[in-house]
Design a protein around this ligand. Structure first.
Ligand code: DGJ
Length: 736
């Protein structure tokens, strides 16, 4: 659908139009315009200024026709306990006039006034971006709201910045990137992603009621517990393939909060931004504070379409440029095989085995540097351990490259062991409150990246490491959260800037490193999936979703993960069995079929593999290479959830050019001589004919024809007769 950002007419207003028109966007501005709308991919987002000067939400959902009567709804005061201003939904309410829902912004002026009332001041349209400026009714305090819609997906990007035009500092206690409003209803349900270390990405849903639900991190980093993503559907209407879904993700990798609640009139208010918990920013005269961007979308066709649109948006607008161009190589990672026991000879032996089965990248994980023989020492000392690598990394890198792979290395730049030369030299570089104990986690402390000298130090050693060695890939890990969030040396008023400046400097280092080394690829990791969000995804090519590598648990992890994020960045390793996480025993075939549903990696101790394991692995890696473009860049259909009570779960990936599709069928466990129903594919072109084959070779199950139309497959379905526990199969459809 054609994309347009237009400023529509208020009801009954006379059209005196000025326009700016481009091929992609149309901007129409009635003189004295009071209603603005953004349209893309069947979605309309509309807002407007009411007769009192408030900027008000009008519509967010299915597209309405051009010229339709969009206007801020009339608000009647329901009772003296809910005065009119408090029930007037605003696009970005200041905390004032007795507001009782989550504000866009809450401040304290220097004279003690904490009443902020924001009204429309001006607007501007630049290409596809609408900018609206609001100002307080008496103080020189300004808020600028930005809105951009993506024509292809209808995903809207919203953010805010505030400027202190006064002569004294203003304390900001709370600031959101955006506030959204959905029409009144008692049938909304909120879905969110939760978990803990090695158990991330569990999808939960709760009814939306007047009791506020906060999806948040107070941990300094995104965290495993709540991901900054939400989706809201309607009870009885919304499922994977049907019904309305409003969804969004916050591009922030620090403490965040997304709050959802019904207001007194039953409307749903969603606010997302920096977490107000322990937040504080003293905004100096003339200073501006920018919020992160909150990306949101709407689908009228269920969770499946919502995620496909969000995935497409991430591929084209969030991920670093070359992540779009290059598919994820099959990597080998040494962590589960060797942990800290990393040596030149041991890694070379693993590299030979990895290359032989078809790996394309060899990654040395933790343990290669400093005095890092365990997690008790060495973190912060980023020089190669001379006992483990007597001639530096070069012999290993040469070996890896000679075997036809590229080389990657693990780093954890943001942390330090107290038992390290770095800490002994710069004990003042860590986060904490002077004179008080600091909680150690995994024997480490958090470096204060908000400090410019710490930021520059980290960039300096990373830049040297990548310049002096032929390194194609860094796995950027962080293995603890914050505990005592003090910034030694900062003034009391500026202490809590830490929450913002740390994350900004983290992005700055990543951006600068990429600028200096454009071919470098980076994996984001935080003890597994502790920092996956749209903020990090702008700077990393892939992420490590979880330290849990059990292939059955991973199916649930991958199901949850893909509700928010694209499989293009979702790495999965085939590791040893029994799995470390839960001692479950599974076949190598099953482990491969599970891991192939994202970016494939191998993390097993290949030195212990038998010849038949090597043959099995070689077969699956070769097979994966024939479908990885479809898996990583295609459209994902979650056909049967692994969380459902069915014994079998299924996912399907359809290439964007429609030429190839892959259906993974995974049996959890057999019961009662199961005869599970056929799995109905989705996303095929009904009119096209497809040949079908088993991924990895082998005969088609009895009764599955070798070719048929998309209509046939989608109407009649197919399945492999899997038996036992933890078995899998995959069908590949190739358009004829
Ligand atoms: C946590 C990561 O998630 C693991 O994959 C591994 O890199 C360890 N850290 C190393 O300390």
């Amino acid at each position: 659908m054609r994309h347009r950002l237009l400023l529509a007419l208020p009801l009954l207003a006379l059209p005196i139009l000025t326009h700016a028109q481009t091929a992609e966007a149309r901007v129409t501005a009635p003189a004295g315009a009071r209603v603005f709308r953004l349209d893309g991919n069947g979605v309309t987002y509309a807002l407007g200024v009411d007769d009192k000067g408030y900027l008000r939400p009008i519509h967010w959902g299915a597209a309405v026709a051009e010229g339709d009567p969009l206007a801020p709804p009339i608000v009647a005061e329901p009772s003296s306990f809910d005065p009119a201003p408090t029930v007037t939904a605003q696009e970005y309410p200041g905390q004032g006039e007795g507001l009782v829902t989550d504000p866009g912004i809450k401040v304290a002026f220097a004279d003690g006034n904490r009443d902020l009332v924001l009204k429309y001041r001006s607007h501007r349209v630049d290409g596809e971006t609408l900018t609206v400026e609001l100002a307080d009714i008496s103080q020189p305090f300004f808020v600028t709201l930005r809105y951009t819609i993506d024509p292809a997906t209808g995903v809207l990007a919203r953010s805010a910045s505030v400027r202190n035009g006064g002569k004294r500092p203003v304390r900001i206690d709370q600031i959101a990137a955006a506030v959204f409003t959905l029409p009144a209803g008692d049938d909304y349900r909120l879905s969110y992603l939760t978990g803990r270390h090695a158990a991330e990405w569990t999808l939960k849903d709760v009814p939306v009621t007047p009791a506020l639900t906060a999806i948040e991190s107070r941990r300094g980093l995104t965290g495993h517990a709540n991901n900054p993503w939400f989706a809201i559907g309607k009870t009885g209407q919304t499922d994977e393939a049907h019904g309305p879904v409003w969804y969004g993700g916050l591009a922030w990798s620090g403490s965040f909060r997304i709050s959802v609640a019904q207001d007194v009139l039953g409307r749903v208010r969603i606010a997302g931004g920096f977490n107000p918990y322990d937040f504080g920013w003293s905004l100096k005269p003339g200073e501006t504070l920018e919020t992160p961007v909150f990306y949101v979308g709407y689908s009228g066709h269920g969770m499946g379409e919502a995620s496909r649109d969000f995935h497409a948006f991430q591929l084209t607008h969030i991920l670093p440029e070359h992540a779009r161009a290059k598919l994820r190589p099959v990597l080998y990672n040494s962590w589960e095989a060797t942990t800290f026991d990393v040596t030149e000879a041991g890694q070379m032996a693993l590299a030979e085995k990895a290359a032989a089965i078809g790996a394309e990248r060899f990654v040395v994980d933790d343990g290669w540097f400093g005095a890092r023989d365990s997690d008790r020492a060495g973190l912060g000392d980023w020089t190669v351990n001379p006992r483990k690598f007597p001639h530096g990394l070069k012999p290993l890198i040469d070996k890896v490259k000679g075997l036809g792979m590229d080389f990657g290395l693990w780093v954890e730049p943001e942390s330090v062991n107290p038992d390290s030369d770095l800490y002994r030299t710069h004990p003042d570089w860590v986060i904490g409150f002077p004179g008080r104990p600091r909680t150690e986690a995994r024997n480490q402390l958090v470096l204060n990246l908000a400090r410019t000298d710490v930021r520059d130090h980290i960039l300096g050693w990373l830049d040297r490491l990548v310049s002096e060695n032929d390194i194609a890939f860094l796995k950027w890990d962080v293995n603890r959260r914050w505990t005592e969030p003090g910034w030694p040396g900062a003034s009391p008023a500026d202490q809590q800037r830490l929450y913002v400046d740390y994350v900004r400097n983290l992005y700055w280092i990543l951006a600068e490193l990429r600028r200096r080394h454009p071919a470098l690829e980076i994996e984001g990791c935080a003890g597994g999936g502790g920092r996956v969000d749209l903020g990090m995804l702008r700077w990393v090519d892939e992420v490590w979703p979880s330290d849990n590598t059990d292939p059955s648990d991973r199916l649930a992890i991958q199901d949850g993960f893909t509700h928010a994020y694209t499989p293009a960045v979702m790495m999965a390793w085939v590791t040893d069995s029994p799995n470390w996480a839960n001692t479950r025993v599974t076949s190598l075939d099953y482990r491969f079929l599970s891991a192939m549903q994202g970016g494939l990696g191998i993390g097993a101790n290949l030195l212990k593999w038998q010849a038949e394991d090597v043959a099995t692995a070689s077969k699956w890696i070769a097979a994966y290479k024939t479908i990885r473009a479809t898996v990583q860049r295609g459209n994902l259909y979650r056909l049967v959830s692994p969380e459902a009570s069915a014994s079998t779960s299924a996912t399907m990936y359809v290439g964007r050019d429609g030429r190839q599709a892959v259906l993974f069928q995974m049996l959890h466990s057999s019961m009662w001589r199961d005869n599970p129903p056929a799995i109905l594919p989705q996303g095929l072109d009904p009119a096209r004919r497809y040949a079908v084959r088993m991924l990895g070779g082998g005969a088609l199950p009895a009764g599955v024809p070798a070719s048929a139309s998309g209509a046939y497959w989608m109407a009649t379905g197919l399945r492999a007769p899997l038996k036992g526990d933890f078995a899998g199969a995959a069908f590949v459809f190739e358009a004829l």
